[in-house]
Design a protein around this ligand. Structure first.
Ligand code: FE
Ligand code: FE
Ligand code: ZN
Length: 276
């Protein structure tokens, strides 16, 4: 069974997302924990959260991915920007306990001229400040395209963050196919080589989810512009090789392609068809 879904709008609530996912053939999905620009989150309705948890169980969903606002920067040079990221992420983790046992994915950040080492240290400090033994959520570092001063374009950078987090069992990695290709890893022609490298540097047991996206740009472009499946530089064949890969096929795959629901529904059906 291929576990696949897409990014959904959370505006109608938790259970509504679950029903939308079912209606398009998904058995996982991703949502922003709050406005992607990072404003105040609306209050959680515990009954709505429970209704979603019941739906996930009944329909055997794979873990969901809650995505932090992409404007957060836990390794900013400005202390107040770092503090805002820390408080927002801590609040998100508290709220995620209404949906226990899911994933919380975030972009590690940009070191903005402080240097990679300093950036890695600040990201780990943030994680050490917000993780507690009681947290049931697994926090995922997303592999990035390495644009600008982004941390996480190289597997080594993610490994260094993981090494510095005390509650390391609470941590994992989400691999974004558009980002790793843009970062210069050849997942089009050599997926085995890339996964061998991931395993050597980070360890495949850390890999918890895949963002399945095509890319508008060629490998190594450091751009991060997603394309619909099959219309970009990766192509349907390379992407369905990823979903079928023996080391990956059990993971949840989440589309973040430029689509509305009918487009996502068609992509999910297409990838399911190519999975057998
Ligand atoms: Fe992301
Ligand atoms: Fe992504
Ligand atoms: Zn992206």
């Amino acid at each position: 069974m291929l576990h696949i879904g897409c990014h959904l709008s959370s505006s109608a609530g938790f259970a509504a997302m679950g029903r939308t996912a079912l209606s398009i053939g998904a058995d996982t999905f991703q949502f922003f924990t709050r406005n992607p620009r990072g404003s105040k989150a609306k209050a959680i309705d515990p009954e709505d959260a429970q209704a979603l948890m019941a739906l996930l169980k009944e329909h055997h969903f794979a873990p969901l991915i809650a995505h932090a606002p992409y404007t957060l920067n836990p390794c900013s040079a400005a202390a107040e920007t770092r503090q805002f990221a820390l408080e927002t992420m801590a609040d998100d983790l508290r709220r995620m306990e209404y949906l226990p046992g899911q994933y919380y994915n975030f972009h590690p950040g940009s070191h903005v001229g402080q240097g990679m080492e300093a950036g890695i240290g600040l990201i780990a400090d943030t994680l050490n400040a917000i993780l507690t033994p009681e947290v049931t959520t697994t926090v995922l570092l997303e592999t990035m395209s390495g644009k600008g001063s982004e941390v996480g374009g190289r597997f080594e950078e993610l490994r260094e963050i993981l090494d510095r987090v005390e509650l390391t069992d609470k941590m994992g990695v989400c691999l974004d196919t558009c980002h790793v290709s843009d970062a210069g890893y050849d997942i089009i022609n050599d997926p085995d080589g890339v996964l061998t490298e991931f395993d050597r540097v980070i360890g495949l047991r850390r890999l918890k989810a895949i963002h399945l996206n095509d890319s508008k740009n060629p490998p190594g472009s450091h751009k991060d512009r997603h394309e619909v499946i099959g219309a970009g530089h990766l192509g349907l064949e390379a992407l369905s090789r990823i979903t079928r890969h023996p080391a990956l096929r059990h993971l949840p795959f989440c589309l973040e392609t430029p689509n509305e629901l009918p487009g996502y529904q068609a992509e999910i059906a297409l990838l399911r068809k190519h999975w057998n």
